[in-house]
Design a protein around this ligand. Structure first.
Ligand code: PCA
Length: 323
């Protein structure tokens, strides 16, 4: 009796020890607030992974740049400081122009275009990330990007001199060519940047307009649908390889589900969040032909610059997209 008890206790202790030894927690930095659909999707992804692995892999999401600031996230995953993270794919444009293709103005402006562009980009991006010790898990687009201002904008000239919030180098170039003055501001800092007068206009999605309560500091939304940029979730390859086969498989399956779910969430967001902007008093405007042709010609110039810097790799990517 006594012996069985002891053995039983030892068996229980052993079992819980081996569970503890296997169970792992991954800290996951992300740049955007919890109210963002991308972040909600990541929380679901983490839940799926935990469930599929019986809690052996827990992903602990640190949103809104709380663990690493957005520009640091890719480096933190690369160096292994964290095993997994999310960031805006085209932030890596400075490493290689192929990363920035989805942020080129008017190259891909609908979800169908965005899907074809992602298919055309994917192999190149995978190879570039692989060389950095990273592996892509999934990518999800933001809704098409629109123009937020404090007045009606009918032409590129109307943008001249505006203090303009930007989020990457391609947007910075676009804004500069439009004659406005760019300032890089991360999403969690948008309300303060506007309320203190550091910026007075921005190009972003209806989603980010809503999560930052654009109606508190802006009045007009012009639906220019300029590009459909993506967020990407990556893992550190070494950290991934340390997982056993079943856990690796669970992560990849949850990632595939998150990608499919995220694209649907993004599509559903577009109209829904424009409606929220409108309900809160923002004037929604269809762009004038003059504004669009002015912006498009800036886009054409930027595509030429991009081609020149992206070389043969860029050409292959573009021709795959334009097939
Ligand atoms: N929101 C993010 C990226 C694109 C978007 O729609 C931002 O404004 O930074």
């Amino acid at each position: 009796m006594k012996i069985t008890k002891i053995l039983g206790g030892a068996a229980v202790a052993l079992a819980s020890f081996s569970l503890q030894a296997q169970a792992e927690t991954w800290d996951m930095p992300t740049p955007y607030p919890d109210a963002t659909f991308h972040t909600a999707n990541i929380h679901d992804f983490a839940k799926d992974v935990a469930e599929a692995t019986n809690g052996e892999l827990e992903i602990n999401v640190h949103s809104a740049g709380s663990l690493f600031k957005h520009p640091e996230i890719s480096k933190a995953v690369r160096s292994g400081q964290v095993p997994i993270g999310e960031f805006f794919l085209s932030l890596l444009n400075n490493d290689n122009p192929a990363f920035g293709a989805d942020s080129l103005p008017f190259l891909a402006t609908s979800y169908d275009d965005a899907e074809r562009l992602w298919a055309a980009q994917k192999d190149t991006i995978d190879a570039l990330l692989d060389a950095q010790g990273l592996m892509a898990l999934y990518a999800v687009p933001w809704p098409p990007q629109g123009l937020y201002t404090t007045k009606e904008i009918n032409s590129v000239d109307d943008l001249a001199g505006l203090k303009f919030r930007t989020y990457n180098s391609t947007l910075e170039q676009f804004v500069t060519l439009a004659g406005a003055a760019p300032t890089q501001v991360e999403v969690p800092d948008i309300p303060q940047a506007f309320s203190t007068g550091r910026v007075e206009a921005m190009i972003t999605s209806p989603s980010t307009g809503v999560t930052s309560k654009a109606w508190d500091f802006l009045s007009h939304y012009t639906d220019i649908q300029a590009w459909v940029p993506k967020n990407i979730v990556v893992v550190n390859k070494r950290a991934f390889r340390r997982l056993d086969d079943a856990t690796q498989k669970a992560v990849l399956e949850a990632a595939a589900r998150a990608e499919a779910r995220g694209w649907e969430m993004s599509k559903a967001e577009t109209a829904a969040q424009v409606a929220v902007l409108e309900e809160n008093g923002i004037t929604i405007i269809q762009p004038s032909d003059e504004l669009m042709s002015g912006l498009r010609s800036i886009g054409t110039q930027m595509l030429e610059d991009w081609k020149a810097s992206a070389g043969a790799e860029g050409e292959a990517l573009l021709s795959a997209y334009q097939q």
